[in-house]
Design a binder for this molecule. Sequence first.
Ligand SMILES: Nc1ncnc2c1ncn2[C@@H]1O[C@H](COP(=O)(O)OP(=O)(O)OP(=O)(O)O)[C@@H](O)[C@H]1O
Ligand SMILES: [Mg+2]
Length: 300
Amino acid sequence: MYLYHFGLSELPFTLTPNTSYFFGLPSHNEALQVLSTALQTGEGFIKVTGEVGTGKTLLCRKLLNELPDHFESAYIPNPLLTPAELRRSVAAELGVNVDENCDQQTFTQKIQQTLITTNQQRKSTVLIIDEAQALPVESIEALRLMTNLETESTKLLQVVLFGQPELDEKLDRTELRQLRQRITFSYSLSLMDADQVVQYVQHRLTVAGYRGATLFDKTCCELMMKASKGTARIVNVLCHKSLMLAYGEGKSCIEKGHVFGAIEDTEAAFSVSRYWSAKIGLSVVVIVILLAVASWAAWL
Ligand SMILES: Nc1ncnc2c1ncn2[C@@H]1O[C@H](COP(=O)(O)OP(=O)(O)OP(=O)(O)O)[C@@H](O)[C@H]1O
Ligand SMILES: [Mg+2]
């Protein structure tokens, strides 16, 4: 691989949401600020949405790592669960001991008892759900019922939902309007602009141990921004492939040709040549249809 060639101590553009690579993009910093404020107020539901690959799971992990000591947390990374499975997962995360066969009512009571005990210790409990767009509607309703548990003055359980934009579509359903009203804080992540891509790429390289001259210049980063529309995961893929291509040619910095090569090789990236070939292909089909219609009309 290219580690030694570029003087890197580890791969800088892996797809794992590793918090040691976190770069404080303005949108991500704002999201963390909103989360911190919302958690301090003790409100019921908080929602963070963002397009695929914009860093939601990374933010989720960062939030978990940085939760103050007076928070107990439960983390559900894959919420494609029935209401019963969801309750069981929450119970397991909170360390609630329940018998496999116990009924729903006992289950809820045990969870409530744990939440009350935590509250008496002057602690708050937060449930963090990633990929929340995958929650079935009935499980979202079960979640709402769980947050109904409260003392005279505070909620016993706060819920943070991280999800793709489909989550908003789901929450727009009439049967979920009660929950929608309880989302007091929400934030939508933005995509990176060209300057942010430059800083983001440089940051990841530095964390990976790179100490040399600029590897990806502004032109390369602008190309990657256009091809990725500013999505961090696609930028990572393009950087990794560009580094491989430059390494293959024995070059010590990335040139435009390497980035073009990476874009062409990446299905998820927006490629200018693929865009034009699709457009030309469509135009040819339209022209053929028009000619056929015209000759049929002339024949009539
Ligand atoms: N602010 C950031 N700093 C460093 N790396 C980031 C940042 N934002 C995103 N990334 C990187 O982008 C990649 C995609 O991030 P992540 O998996 O968190 O996206 P996601 O929004 O959860 O995607 P999906 O919608 O598919 O679940 C990861 O490699 C992650 O480390
Ligand atoms: Mg994710």
